[in-house]
Ligand binder design. Structure first.
Ligand SMILES: *Cc1c(COP(=O)(O)O)cnc(C)c1O
Length: 361
């Protein structure tokens, strides 16, 4: 059986480094906001090519704190792709602002820039560009659109650690970016963790304050902040794993190339080809009759998943958001299928998955 994801196999690649990191933190006696999180913030900022990285509790908080620190709140609208993980929209809702659903591009599955432009109204304040499945959005076009309308451009980089275009990395394109280090992400912690990256000194300072009870100085609380800190254990583990990110992304690309070659003649629709701007967090194919393909693959020992079976605006949580018909997002939700993609897959496993897909789809 080749499961869709194998956290033991993925974790085993970093086991001794992880053990070392845990021991270092326990020996230090510093568990929250200490030398490990400070060092990780410096190292992750350098990896992204930005001035600031601020460790936070998770990816949802990273996005929420960016929006709050930017002054976004009730009465404001934020453009969000309809085909994302629900956290992108929940970050908007958490500020009291309203998410406005935007169609994805039918080829790249990232936010459709023309559709985003049509969705801009007098109350629009920001656009969240989700680098979905690991592929960078069309950031030049989005930045131009944001500049023209005076909007903040936020990257949801939770699936795109290390993705690059023209030597620029995910996290360095927009005004600020939110990262998640949830264990299954390309850079994963051993629990919940996240970070905000930005070149804006003032925004960085506000996020830093908000994540720690609205406090810059001990016992002085300037605003009603939250508790969303990156703990020392997670930071130490992330520091050990960060140097391996490039290599693991290369392995993901090699697996993607393999799938692409092996499935070129099959009837499944493959993801749009891409280079360094894709870190293949997921490998998502499209099939006409998904339930039968899922069952047939399971019979051949191949696990699959769907990211995501329901567009965000169709969840009960957003049932009364007055969502329009979004045919691209809805068709994608019905047809997409994620096949195994993680750096611990062996060549033989990749070969087996490709063969199984060729046989059943
Ligand atoms: C994982 C993810 C998030 C949320 O990250 P958490 O750490 O789980 O809060 C946000 N957006 C996208 C696109 C994600 O994949």
């Amino acid at each position: 059986m080749i499961p869709f994801m194998d956290m033991c196999a993925v974790g085993e690649r970093h086991r001794s480094a992880t053990d070392r990191a845990i021991a270092r933190v326990l020996d230090s006696g510093r568990l929250i906001l200490g030398p490990e999180s400070e060092a990780f913030e410096r190292e992750f900022a350098a990896a992204c090519g930005v001035r600031h990285a601020i460790g936070v509790g998770n990816g949802l908080d990273a996005l929420t704190l960016i929006l709050k620190a930017s002054g976004i709140g009730p009465g404001d609208e934020v453009l969000v792709p309809a085909n994302t993980f629900i956290a992108t929209a929940l970050a908007v809702t958490a500020t009291g602002a309203t998410p406005v659903w935007v169609e994805p591009d039918p080829v790249t599955y990232t936010i459709d820039v023309a559709a985003a432009q049509r969705s801009i109204g007098p109350r629009t304040r920001a656009i969240i560009a989700v680098h979905l499945f690991g592929l960078l959005c069309d950031m030049d076009a989005l930045q131009e659109l944001a500049d023209r309308h005076g909007l903040i451009l936020v990257e949801d980089a939770a699936q795109a650690h290390g993705a690059r275009r023209d030597a620029r990395a995910a996290g360095a394109f927009g005004h600020a970016a939110g990262f998640s280090f949830y264990p299954t992400k390309n850079l994963g912690a051993i629990g919940d963790a996240g970070a905000v990256t930005t070149d804006d000194d003032e925004l960085a300072d506000r996020v830093r304050m908000l994540r720690n009870y609205g406090s810059r100085r001990k016992s002085v609380h300037e605003v009603a902040g939250v508790n969303s800190r990156l703990d020392e254990l997670q930071a130490a583990v992330l520091r050990e794993k960060l140097p391996a990110l490039e290599g693991e992304n290369r392995r993901r690309r090699a697996i993607a190339d393999h799938y692409r070659r092996e499935l070129a003649q099959s009837r499944v629709l493959l993801p749009a080809p891409a280079g360094d701007d894709h870190v293949h967090h997921l490998f998502v194919i499209r099939v006409a009759d998904r339930p039968s393909v899922v069952a047939a693959l399971a019979e051949r020992g191949v696990g699959t998943a769907v990211h995501y079976p329901t567009p965000v605006h169709r969840h009960p949580a957003y049932a009364d958001s007055g969502a329009p018909a979004l045919p691209v997002a809805e068709t994608l939700a019905d047809e997409i299928l994620s096949i195994p993609m993680h750096p611990a897959l062996s060549d033989a496993e990749v070969e087996h998955v490709a063969e199984a897909v060729r046989a059943v789809a």
